[in-house]
Ligand binder design. Structure first.
Ligand SMILES: *[C@@H]1O[C@H](CO)[C@@H](O)[C@H](O)[C@H]1NC(C)=O
Ligand SMILES: *[C@@H]1O[C@H](CO)[C@@H](O)[C@H](O)[C@H]1NC(C)=O
Length: 634
């Protein structure tokens, strides 16, 4: 038996394995260099890094510009120049500049060079640098589109992989009392020669080290030998000499697979485990729901329809009792329909983004492409939001359709914009470079209010031409009394109960998503993510239909808001998980970091609530219409 199940698991995994290779395609066209051609090294923001060990905690949320004057890094002679970037790359905090490193293809192999000497670093800036070292900040460089990485060994599998970014300094307390600043970089550039005389960069590794001793001498740098670490004094000015050495190392990795070393999947078994786990949940649920809905409901229906044939003495019972109530207009139909409209827009955005990701367009080699595609999709799906919002509003019996169209197009963008604006203020206060520049803000406002809002209005118009959906039973004049519901069907209890299953299905994948969002780890397991998203939406739909059936049986007919809440139940678990992640994986000490984390978490939870709530609501609406069109009502 054990053998059987292992074999089964094995064959499932083998069947799905090609998916794991479809996670990414290399991005742009390869660039060939001739010998002696300049190879540019670009610098990106400094980001807090999760150091390798398992119990490591992220200590900050704030990015700093490489050329932030407090760091005193060497600048190019003509001053740093900003490099063009995509919208998504800017939004996700990339700020790329050129650098003074002089690197020429296959030249100066192993030559020790001085980059520059920085005299008079004030004591308070030294303290600033030391604090950033204590917070595990990392430098992020780019050479030919590849991030500079440190080579590490995966403790579980023993594989070598490239960990993007490398430390600003070393604060290993056992070695030194104060942090040591890394001021020497051993840069190993791996090249591949596809045809004679043409060279391509296929790997960038950096071994930083701290070299103390005399910092003044520009002319004769020394890159070897023991000179002790460079420790910046926090009481007097210091001088820093930056040195580097480039080594060219031939590699047989072709250009097409150069990202493979970077895209290392830590323990793919965890992904598979989570996937199999959630598949089991879904299959279990689907079987349960189809049993209940097919057996119970069809029995109910045949009994309801048979009663009329005998005497009229038997009374109605169960969900049939509320047939005159289920389509009664709920409270606040305006808010509900606006939420469903925006949820539908987000669902469409997520679905299309996942398709793009599966096709391999959104690998980390296309910087910022994920965020760009999401923004663009969201903008152009404004029409879907308007359409759904308007039709649902009409179906719920709303009359003020213009107001509905207006609110659908404006409320969500304004809310998100206000939140991002506030977060930006915190970033500015913290002196971070992560703040979205004014021009980008303007572009986003134009996208949202110039394209998304008009499209939403068009969608609303089309929706209003089609009108609301028809209902199979009429609504009674006088509302029924509602008996008290059992405890587990009270709104909060059912919301939390129903949220457990979709949350449980996504739980493990969520950990990876969180660490890529907050700990700047690249995320590329889009195959897993797409499957997980599918599983979550199926689970949400089934669980919500189930709960809606239960509350109708309890003669509680106000199901509209309940279905939205029940569907969105996983958002509350997501919130709890986010707080747990904060407590267990982060140790943020500055107020700005905490505010930023909570702000992003709130946005994430809000999106999840809208998306899953919409799925739950639409699924229940569909099920209820099916249910009540199957019975005969006099
Ligand atoms: C550069 O030097 C390293 C050793 O220092 C050697 O392994 C490598 O082959 C050299 N590369 C070239 C292009 O000469
Ligand atoms: C160059 O690559 C070889 C194997 O590919 C490796 O053993 C060697 O250490 C590398 N040299 C440097 C300087 O990294």
């Amino acid at each position: 038996m054990v053998h059987r199940s292992n074999w089964l698991l094995g064959s499932i995994i083998t069947a799905l394995l090609p998916l794991s290779h479809a996670f990414y395609l290399p991005g742009a066209a390869p660039r060939n260099y001739e010998q002696g051609e300049q190879v540019n090294l670009f610098v990106n923001t400094l980001t807090p890094m999760l150091s390798g060990t398992d119990d490591a905690k992220l200590k900050s949320m704030i990015n700093y510009d490489y050329y932030n004057p407090k760091f005193h890094f060497c600048q190019p002679e003509e001053g740093p120049k900003s490099q063009p970037e995509s919208l998504g790359s800017i939004l996700f905090g990339d700020r790329i500049f050129n650098s003074p490193y002089d690197i020429k293809m296959l030249e100066d192999n192993g030559t020790c060079k001085t980059l520059c000497v920085v005299p008079d670093v004030p004591a308070e800036d030294a303290k600033f640098i030391n604090d950033r070292i204590r917070e595990d900040y990392a430098l992020n460089w780019l050479v030919d589109g590849l991030p500079a990485a440190e080579m590490k060994v995966d403790a579980k599998s023993g594989d070598l992989f490239f960990d993007m970014g490398f430390n600003l300094g070393d604060d290993d307390d056992e070695l030194y009392d104060t942090p040591a600043l890394y001021n020497h970089y051993d840069i190993v550039l791996r090249y591949h020669e596809p045809s004679r005389g043409n060279y391509r960069v296929v790997g960038v590794l950096v071994w930083p080290s701290s070299r103390g001793g005399s910092q003044e001498n520009v002319a004769s740098p020394v890159c070897e030998g023991d000179v002790g670490p460079l420790i910046l004094s926090e009481t007097q000015t210091s001088t820093i000499r930056y040195t580097y050495r480039v080594t060219w190392n031939e590699s047989d990795t072709p250009w097409a697979t150069r990202w493979d070393n970077y895209l290392h999947i830590f323990d793919p078994r965890i992904h598979w485990f989570s996937l199999v786990n959630s598949l089991v949940i879904v299959i279990f649920l689907c079987v349960m729901v189809s049993m209940i809905l097919l057996r119970t409901v069809s029995r109910d229906i045949s009994r309801y329809n048979a009663i009329d044939l005998s005497e009229d003495v038997q009374e109605d019972w169960g969900w049939k009792l509320v047939h005159g109530e289920v389509f009664r207009t709920p409270r606040y139909p305006m808010i509900l329909s606006v939420m469903v409209g925006n949820g539908a827009q987000l669902c469409a955005m997520i679905a299309v983004t996942l398709v793009f990701a599966l096709l391999g367009f959104l690998s980390p080699s296309n910087r910022g492409s994920l965020a760009t595609v999401m923004m663009v999709c969201w903008t152009f799906f404004g029409g879907i939001g308007g359409y759904y919002s308007n039709r649902i509003y009409a179906s719920l019996g709303g009359t003020d359709r213009r107001k509905n169209a207006f609110l659908t197009a404006t409320v969500m963008p304004t809310l998100i914009f206000v939140i991002i604006f506030l977060l930006n203020l915190f970033l500015l206060l913290a002196g971070s470079s992560g703040a979205v520049p004014f021009g980008t803000m303007l572009l986003i406002v134009t996208l949202w209010f110039g394209i998304s809002a008009p499209l939403s209005a068009v969608g609303s118009y089309i929706g209003s031409r089609q009108g609301g959906v028809s209902h199979p039973v009429r609504v009674n004049q006088i509302p029924r009394q509602i008996p008290p519901a059992p405890k587990y069907l009270r709104p909060w209890a059912s919301t939390l109960l129903s949220g457990i299953l979709p949350f449980g299905a996504a739980f493990v994948e969520l950990y990876f998503v969180m660490s890529s969002l907050f700990a700047s780890r690249a995320y590329y397991a889009f195959g897993f993510l797409a499957l997980t998203a599918g599983v979550v939406s199926l689970t949400t739909a089934t669980v919500t239909i189930l709960f809606t059936y239960f509350i109708l049986c309890a003669e509680e007919y106000r199901w509209h808001w309940r279905a939205f809440l029940t569907g969105g139940g996983s958002a509350f678990w997501l919130l709890a998980y986010g707080l747990f992640y904060w407590a267990s994986r982060l140790s943020l000490d500055s107020f700005s970091s905490v505010a930023l984390y909570l702000g992003y978490l709130f946005l994430l939870v809000l999106m999840d609530f809208l998306v899953t709530g919409t799925i739950g609501f639409l699924a229940s609406y569909w099920a209820i219409r099916r249910l009540y069109s199957a019975i005969r009502v006099d």
